[in-house]
Design a protein around this ligand. Structure first.
Ligand SMILES: *[C@@H]1O[C@H](CO)[C@@H](O)[C@H](O)[C@H]1NC(C)=O
Ligand SMILES: *[C@@H]1O[C@H](CO)[C@@H](O)[C@H](O)[C@H]1NC(C)=O
Ligand SMILES: *[C@@H]1O[C@H](CO)[C@@H](O)[C@H](O)[C@H]1NC(C)=O
Length: 307
């Protein structure tokens, strides 16, 4: 008797299991909520959070000289600001996609850009040129006001739109778009990005997570493997990997020009951080550079470009 019941139950269980995948095309994924750092429901919040994997001592290792007397933004940048900003994007997959190794790699890749763009490290600097990320919070000697005619985002009188932030933003229209993205009035107050590290990191992560145009991938997408190149992409030599993140963020200012210093410098920061975070540069991934890639958006005034 008991045996029969057990067999019947087993059959039912099998039928349910077989019916499962047929119900929806995709299996229903588990959703999670981890409170302020990863507010769900989101599949990404089921994974480790950034704080689980990347702790304050690691941030200090990456940016040991940011408060040195010769640095230009002493006291501004800190771990808490990064984590507070990142929390808004963790439910969307920032630093929470894939397993532990991919998560660490994305943090290293994001900071590779930030470190390179905010570095004041030169050949002879203490600790080597790669140890000086987050030294700046703004462009020091702007050569122009970066104000262009734009009906959506007209320049505010007397306001200058030179480069500011963790992934420096230039031009009124970029301050306008990014300000809308992070719900801060950056068009009238671009100075927020040099005064408030949380907002500066929010702007930078928003840039990382957001495609420049519809139907294009974000830097996040090309890095974590969310992106399938189209035929045109393949013809233009655009392939998934770290190299394509530079293409998304800077276009032909950095890509498609061979092995130029500005490209090599970003790659060097990424690999230095992979080493420091204990992942190791041997896991940098394929397609590290964009030396031969045509820009997603040719000769653009991309948000993080200065010209
Ligand atoms: C969460 O992490 C696991 C491995 O630990 C990975 O297979 C999975 O894809 C991750 N989830 C998401 C949504 O990326
Ligand atoms: C920075 O901006 C955030 C978001 O608007 C705000 O909550 C925070 O108080 C600001 N921090 C400082 C130091 O002004
Ligand atoms: C294909 O790529 C080129 C160069 O990147 C671009 O100018 C063109 O608009 C793209 N065409 C399509 C159909 O996306």
């Amino acid at each position: 008797m008991g045996g029969r019941w057990a067999a019947a139950v087993a059959v039912v269980a099998l039928l349910v299991a077989a019916a499962g995948p047929a119900v929806g095309k995709k299996e229903k994924e588990k959703m999670c909520d981890k409170g302020w750092e990863c507010r769900g429901p989101s599949v990404y919040c089921c994974n480790a959070t950034i704080m689980d994997l990347f702790q304050v001592y690691q941030f200090e290792n990456l940016f040991p000289n940011r408060n040195a007397p010769v640095a230009h933004a002493v006291g501004l940048w800190d771990y808490q600001a990064f984590i507070t900003a990142a929390a808004l994007f963790e439910p969307l997959g920032f630093g929470t996609t894939g397993g532990k190794q991919m998560q660490m790699k994305e943090i290293a890749a994001f900071f590779g850009h930030v470190g390179s763009k905010t570095s004041c490290g030169y050949g002879v600097a203490t600790g080597g040129p790669l140890a000086w990320g987050l030294c700046y919070n703004r462009e020091m000697s702007p050569s122009q006001d970066y104000c262009a005619e734009n009906s959506d985002y007209p320049c505010s009188p007397g306001v200058l739109y030179y480069g500011r932030g963790a992934l420096p933003v230039y031009w009124n229209y970029n301050y306008g778009v990014i300000g809308e993205g992070i719900k801060a009035d950056l068009l009238n107050h671009p100075e927020y990005l040099e005064q408030n590290a949380t907002l500066a990191f929010q702007a930078a992560i928003w840039r990382w997570m957001t495609p420049m145009k519809k139907k294009q991938p974000s830097a996040h997408d090309v890095f974590v493997g969310n992106w399938k190149p189209t035929k045109n992409d393949t013809l233009s030599k655009r392939v998934p990997g770290f190299g394509a993140t530079m293409n998304v963020l800077y276009g032909d200012l950095v890509c498609g020009q061979g092995y130029i210093d500005s490209m090599n410098n970003i790659i060097s920061h990424y690999q230095f951080y992979l080493d420091l975070m204990g992942v190791g540069r041997q896991y940098s991934g394929d397609n590290l550079d964009c030396a031969e890639q045509l820009a997603f958006n040719p000769s653009g005034k991309d948000a993080t470009s200065s010209s």
